[in-house]
Structure formats: structure tokens, C-alpha cells
Design a binder for this molecule. Structure first.
Ligand code: NAD
Ligand code: TYD
Length: 353
């Protein structure tokens, strides 16, 4: 193996955020070896990484974070200096249908990964790092006012957020009990390219293009704080290199939007881009049954990350949304493949020779 200054395992690197993190690290740090470990669930897609898959400092390993023997074998094979852990079940609506899948991957999977890292690094923890990527949803739901800070008590309300909160607690427990070097970040809702079309923004873009109804839960009054995915990847880069051992950092865009306002904005952007009369796509909006236990509002106070580590978001929402819409309009095949399961065939052609 070439002389890399760091060998890093990124878990979930074939997913939405993970692929942006992997791309950033592979391109920015040719002196690092990046090993992408991903089980390729429905949300994992190697097409997200086409532009870096033949880079010298990038390797893909297909496997499950729950498979202790396999993961321990990877630690032996690559002698990792760090783990950036993003692999997870990530969709709230799926967690309501199948909560135990979230317990398995997010809770057991994270605990298992922590355990394997600790065993593999036994007696030589200096300079090692376990970076856990988490969500603002662990803090629960806000009323009309206030922000989540790093001191806000955890109060998760969906099976997804409960499983992520539990994984965060295990990360801190491994730090306090066994001295595992860790950092943790809790980020607000992301948007951008390569986002699976089951989440609000890509689902609406896809449906607007196909003139399908736009299902808005309840009255569309729920508020989320949106951050461009490449800004999240940059924040992870900053925290990975400059974050303090044992600390957690909130990441957010100071960018709150009601769901219904986002849907109207997308309709208006896309009417222009698709040459439709203004107001045409908004006619597709349909108010549907609300999500059970639907959190009203999330809003992140990212002051600590800004003041202590100097990170700030780079894009205004409208600009980021335009770029996102352009990407989806230019990548119709990507949407077709992820919605038809073609990417599994892509994997077989690419890796199973
Ligand atoms: P995603 O669902 O797009 O990707 C998850 C990836 O993990 C997929 O590639 C999938 O194949 C892989 N994976 C799932 N189970 C696995 C397992 N058992 N073993 C190995 N790989 C497995 O998710 P995302 O939106 O990119 O989120 C990534 C991380 O960031 C998650 O931990 C999520 O909780 C967190 N997060 C997401 C957001 C957001 O807005 N999407 C915001 C804050 C934090
Ligand atoms: P989502 O993208 O699933 O992210 P999260 O639930 O993790 O915040 O949903 C964002 C918001 O959009 C949330 O308030 C639920 C709402 N929503 C809809 O109104 N319609 C939809 O079809 C989806 C998927 C979400």
C-alpha cells in the first residue's frame, strides 16, 4: 500500500451525504487513503461516486457495519487511523413503518462499529479518531421560537431520531468509559444533488417534472432548517481536522423554511426552467394525511462551530435550490436508475467480474 498520511474508513459513502464527503476527501486530500464501506441498501448507489471511483486514493468495500468479522478484517487490512461514520437508515417515514430496522443499523450497527474500532486500536489510541455524523432531530421539536444548541437535552420523538440519539449516547459512552477519541456533529436537513427521491425536496422536484401530485403533509406548516449538502461536507472536513476530542458540534444554515413555502418556491423555479406558465405546477399541490408525531420545527444554533472552528455556510438557499433543480433536470438517468433498482446491476458490472 502506498505511503498515505492517513487511512480513513467512511461508512455510508455511497449514500447522499456520504458520497459528497467521500468526494471532498478523495479530491482534497490525495495523501489520504479513503475506504468507502457501504452495504448498498436501497439508499446506497455507486453511481454517486462515478467521478472518483478510479482515483488512486479511493477504495470501495461492500459490507454491513453489523458484520463484526468483516469490519474487523478491514481494520486489519487497512490499519485505519480514523472512521467517519455516516451509514444509517435515514428516513423518518420508513422508521415509522419498520422501527426495528433502525434499531439494528443505527443502534446496534454503531455500537458494533465502536467496539471493533476500540478493539483494533487497543493500546494505541493516540492519533485515532471516531467521527460520528448525526442529526438535529435528536433534540426533538421546537415551538415557534428558540434554537437547538449543543446543550439542548435530547428528546427524540420518531423511531429514526430515537435510534440516532441512542447511537450518539453510545459514541459518548465509548469516549468516557474507554477513552475512545471521538467527535460528533448534529446537522440540520440537507439538500442537494444525489438525494434519494423519497425525501421532501427531491421527491417534489421529481413529481413536478413528471406532473404528479405534490403530497404535502398536514398543512405544510412544519419548519426545517436547510443546509446545502456540500456545506455539510465542508463542515465535516473542518470538524474532522480541527474539532476537539470528546466534543459535539451543531451544523446548520440559519435557514428556516415552512414546507409549503419550499414547495411553492420549487414550483416557481421549475415552471421557469421547464417553460411552463407561472402557477402551473403549484396546481399539483395536494394536502395529505399528516405524518404521525410530526415534529413541528427544527432550528440549529451553529455558533460554536462558527466561533471555535471558523466554519460558515457558503450558499444562499435560493441559489442552492436552483443548482439542485438543475442537477436533477440534467441527470434524468440517475433518477430512473435509483427508482428502478438499476444501480444494483451497475454494481455487478463494475465489481463482480
Ligand atoms: P442515506 O440514506 O442517503 O445513505 C445511507 C447510506 O448508508 C447508504 O449508502 C446505505 O447503503 C448505507 N447503509 C445503510 N445501512 C448500512 C449498513 N448496515 N452497513 C453499511 N452501510 C449501510 O443517508 P444520508 O441522508 O446520506 O445520511 C447520512 C448520515 O447523515 C446518517 O447518519 C444520517 O442520520 C445523517 N444526517 C442526515 C441528514 C439529512 O438531511 N439527510 C441530516 C443530518 C444528519
Ligand atoms: P423529510 O425530507 O422526510 O425530512 P425530515 O422528516 O427528516 O425532516 O421531510 C421534510 C419535511 O417535509 C417534513 O416536515 C415532512 C415533510 N414532507 C411532506 O410534507 N411531504 C413528503 O412527501 C415528504 C417526504 C416530507
Amino acid at each position: 500500500m502506498a505511503d498515505y498520511t492517513k487511512k480513513i474508513m467512511i461508512t455510508g459513502g455511497a449514500g447522499f451525504i456520504g458520497s459528497h464527503v467521500a468526494r471532498l476527501f478523495v479530491k482534497k486530500y490525495p495523501q489520504y487513503l479513503i475506504v468507502n464501506l457501504d452495504a448498498l441498501t436501497y439508499a446506497g448507489n455507486l453511481e454517486n461516486l462515478k467521478d472518483i471511483e478510479s482515483s488512486d486514493n479511493y477504495v470501495f468495500e461492500k459490507g454491513d457495519i453489523l458484520d463484526e468479522r468483516f469490519i474487523a478484517g478491514l481494520f486489519e487490512k487497512y490499519d485505519f487511523d480514523a472512521v467517519i461514520h455516516l451509514a444509517a437508515e435515514s428516513h423518518v417515514d420508513r422508521s415509522i413503518i419498520d422501527p426495528l430496522a433502525f434499531v439494528r443499523t443505527n443502534v446496534l450497527g454503531t455500537a458494533s462499529l465502536l467496539n471493533t474500532a476500540l478493539q483494533s486500536w487497543k493500546g494505541r489510541l493516540d492519533g485515532k479518531l471516531f467521527y460520528h455524523v448525526s442529526t438535529d432531530e435528536v433534540y426533538g421539536s421546537l415551538g415557534e421560537e428558540g434554537f437547538f444548541t449543543e446543550e439542548t437535552p435530547y428528546d427524540p420523538r420518531s423511531p429514526y431520531s430515537a435510534s440516532k440519539a441512542s447511537s450518539d449516547h453510545f459514541v459518548m459512552a465509548y469516549h468516557h468509559t474507554y477513552g475512545l477519541p471521538v467527535v460528533l456533529s448534529n446537522c440540520s436537513n440537507n439538500y442537494g444533488s444525489h438525494h434519494f427521491p423519497e425525501k421532501l425536496i427531491p421527491l417534489m422536484i421529481n413529481n413536478i417534472r413528471n406532473k404528479k401530485s405534490l403530497p404535502v403533509y398536514g398543512k405544510g406548516a412544519n419548519v426545517r432548517d436547510w443546509l446545502y449538502v456540500e456545506d455539510h461536507a465542508r463542515a465535516i472536513d473542518t470538524i474532522f481536522h480541527k474539532g476537539k476530542n470528546g466534543e459535539k458540534y451543531n451544523i446548520g444554515g440559519f435557514n428556516e423554511w415552512k414546507n409549503i413555502d419550499i414547495v411553492y418556491l420549487l414550483c416557481s423555479i421549475m415552471d421557469k426552467k421547464l417553460g411552463r406558465p407561472e402557477g402551473e405546477s403549484a396546481k399539483l399541490i395536494t394536502f395529505v394525511k399528516d405524518r404521525p408525531g410530526h415534529d413541528l420545527r427544527y432550528a440549529i444554533d451553529a455558533t460554536k462551530l462558527n466561533k471555535e472552528l471558523g466554519w460558515e455556510p457558503s450558499l444562499q438557499f435560493e441559489e442552492g435550490l436552483e443548482k439542485t433543480v438543475d442537477w436533477y433536470l440534467q441527470n434524468e438517468d440517475w433518477i430512473k436508475h435509483v427508482t428502478s433498482g438499476d444501480y444494483q446491476r451497475y454494481y455487478d458490472v463494475q465489481y463482480v467480474k
